[in-house]
Write a protein that binds this ligand. Sequence first.
Ligand code: C2E
Ligand code: SIN
Ligand code: SIN
Ligand code: SIN
Ligand code: FE
Ligand code: FE
Length: 397
Amino acid sequence: MEQDHFTTNSTFKKDLEPEDMLRVIFDYASKIANERLLDNVLMLMADMGREMIVSDRCTVWLLDTQKNELWSKVAHGLDEIRIPSSAGLVGYAVTNDQAVFIHDAYTNEEYKSYLQNGAIRTDQQTGYRTKALMVIPFRNSQGEIMGAYQAINKLTASEQFSDKDMEYLTLASSYAGKSLESALLTMEIEETQKEIIFRMGEIGESRSKETGNHVKRVAEYSYLLALELGMTQEEAELLKIASPMHDIGKVAIPDAVLNKPGKLTEDEFKLMQNHTLIGYNLLRNSTRYILKTAAVVAYEHHEKWNGRGYPRGIKGEEIHIYGRITALADVFDALGSDRVYKKAWELDRILRLFQEERGEHFDPDVVDAFFKQLPAILRVREQYSDAALANPIETNT
Ligand code: C2E
Ligand code: SIN
Ligand code: SIN
Ligand code: SIN
Ligand code: FE
Ligand code: FE
């Protein structure tokens, strides 16, 4: 994966010209400003630092004060990496609030013990050869150390970082502190929202004697369908977070109707249909995009592709794709489950209904996605089956 830059000097690079430096900073600053995912911000920061100072490797570490660890994300698809917060030079730098600047890790005396504990020991495991090394801690707006930039090996002929590089990385660090602080805050707000949404969804379902596993399954099905339909990971994730709210409006439906053992009268069903509008009105005024998504799902999950759904009777692509996806996920789960008013259906019967309703109740593309994802969907159904619930009293059989 990594080239060995020390067996040949034919691959040496040049330091950036000032205008290239500006371009790098502007390019990354705008990407970072548009990025909401903390992992991605970390990786962009690292790439920016690496390009600015022409180093071989650059890592942005964050201090997790709860676990006393430093963690980072170095590549898409890889797990985050974690080290004890006192480990190696990075640990030294954040613990002592001190920048570290080393020309050759193998001859350096000042930081010898940290190097043997960190960089050099890592080299022995990986076969990489660390030479030049810089670590610069950065702070949050309260002035507390929140992490560090670490750069390894200079790719120019000097093979050493200069004072200028130190300045540039310090600049990147001060910017990192601010951006990461806001990314961390966003993450915290979103975690809180996810939690609230899931709990609210559960309340909606528990009122109607459905279990928390129903919302969990609908969320997972919606996610699989969204990915199959070509949505980005991020958007599919958003729908997964928001879809448990589809029936939140049921909280306002009278018990006698909601939990009526038999078939609803026409009036009762009219009343029941209001759960879509009630949910929409609960959520629509939020400015948070997760709750806005949940509002769309609550509003449109009973619309039908052929226009015969409710509350508005809109049809085809007038119905938001989130609504079309959740509609199928919800019905699949409702049919496969016992309800107070009906027994669970056999899978074959459900699949037949979906074929019949392709282009009628449901978006044909969503039905096709469903059949493509059926094995994964059935695994989810198994994994979150009501029988697997920890508290069997919660299920209604
Ligand atoms: P739900 O139980 O979560 O059902 C969601 C949707 O799954 C239903 O939306 C319907 O499209 C589909 N579905 C569920 N069971 C059946 C079924 O036996 N046959 C068919 N063909 N489709 C089924 P829908 O009809 O708009 O109902 C919305 C909600 O109204 C239901 O949510 C449920 O809470 C309530 N509901 C509907 N019908 C009855 C009923 O006869 N008795 C009672 N007590 N509640 C009902
Ligand atoms: C994480 O464990 O991935 C986040 C820790 C943190 O926010 O500090
Ligand atoms: C580490 O991975 O422990 C940091 C490497 C070092 O700077 O020693
Ligand atoms: C479910 O969680 O969907 C099954 C329980 C019920 O339908 O009441
Ligand atoms: Fe509903
Ligand atoms: Fe539902």
